[in-house]
Write a protein that binds this ligand. Structure first.
Ligand code: SF4
Length: 344
């Protein structure tokens, strides 16, 4: 039986606590996500950003328990609407993934069956989870949702290859929402689209959130997109959570040195006219042998001796603006830790 958690209140839909994902490789274990915690609130758009390989897509998959071997969830807790998802059996998981959480991938062609018409995809998605729904009723729902997403009814008779990239992505969204999922995980869902189609699609996602109250986890490397669309932003670095806060907090007053560098390296965000684009020193680490302590310390301009020894705690600096950095947790430093900055 599923364990019910009592702490699920105040609008939190998902709580991830100390979640770690490990991949077994020939070169050793890769710690792709290491002790990450964050919440997704009901009806919010949370942007999850970071460089390629930082673990953000792994995080999205882990949330749905979709990590395939050689990867596995090595520790942590996933609580969805008060229920412990880690205790679900296969049947319960299938139901969870269709009815309550859905995922929109970057390339719809890998998710859509090329020899199935669009209406067949949508009807199948409904009937797999709702065997009692008649074909007629399923088709009616498919049409209503398609129309809502700007897909003309006759397009439902098309095969995936007959649609444009933007239209295919709309189909993926309709597949995600046809069972009234409460959370949509959009993993680089608009990356392959041109900017005008992307803007239209993002507007529609925002409208769907406003109308249906659905929560959206938007996983992207495009921080400008998050500035445009999200309510809150979570910044990951090398499998760790660096910072979480409202878009206003994080863009106006980024706390973590990685977030500060990230924002200074993107055009048109927090950039005065005469300020040059910043180039972050160094490279993201190899996660087979990640740096000890704070994984950002080899690249951090403010690194202290303690940073390479101990991982900093995730600290709430007030109002839910969280940061994982020793600069803000000096009172929690080990007693023998000198605070001097390491010259670089
Ligand atoms: Fe830099 Fe240390 Fe903060 Fe890590 S913990 S970001 S190395 S100051």
């Amino acid at each position: 039986m599923t364990q019910k958690h009592t702490e699920n209140t105040n609008g939190t839909l998902v709580s991830l606590r100390d979640l770690s994902v490990t991949y077994k490789t020939r070169l050793g274990d890769v710690s792709a996500v290491d002790g990450v915690s964050f919440d997704i609130r009901r009806g919010e758009i949370l942007g999850l950003v970071g460089e390629s390989g930082c673990g953000k897509s792994t995080m999205g998959r882990a949330l749905m328990r979709m990590i395939s071997p050689p990867g596995y969830i090595s520790s942590g807790q996933i609580v969805f609407d008060g229920e412990d998802v880690m205790t679900y059996d296969e049947q319960r998981l299938r139901d969870f993934r269709g009815r309550r959480v859905s995922m929109i991938f970057q390339d719809p062609m890998t998710s859509l069956n090329p020899v199935q018409r669009i209406d067949q995809h949508v009807v199948e998605a409904i009937q797999v989870h709702e065997a009692e729904t008649s074909l007629h009723k399923a088709l009616e729902r498919a049409k209503a949702l398609a129309e809502r997403l700007g897909i003309r009814a006759e397009r439902l008779n098309n095969y995936p290859h007959q649609l444009s990239g933007g239209m295919r992505q709309r189909v993926m969204i309709s597949l995600g929402l046809v069972l009234s999922a409460e959370l949509v995980v959009a993993d680089e869902a608009t990356t392959s689209l041109d900017v005008i189609v992307e803007a239209n699609l993002l507007d529609q996602l925002r409208e769907l959130r406003d109308e249906l109250g659905v929560s959206i986890l938007m996983i992207t490397h495009n921080i400008a997109l998050v500035a445009e669309l999200a309510d809150r932003i979570a910044v990951m670095y090398a499998g760790h959570m660096a910072e979480i806060g409202s878009v206003y907090e994080v863009f106006d007053e980024p706390l973590h040195p990685y977030t500060q560098g990230l924002l200074r390296s993107v055009p048109n965000i927090r950039l005065d006219d005469d300020e040059e684009l910043y180039k972050m020193p160094g490279e993201p680490p190899n996660l087979t042998h990640p740096p000890s302590g704070c994984r950002f310390h080899p690249r951090c301009p403010h690194a202290m001796a303690v940073c390479s020894r101990e991982q900093p705690p995730l600290l709430d600096t007030g109002g839910g603006h969280l940061v994982q950095c020793w600069l803000y947790a000096k009172h929690q430093m080990p007693a023998d830790a000198p605070e001097r900055e390491v010259s670089r």
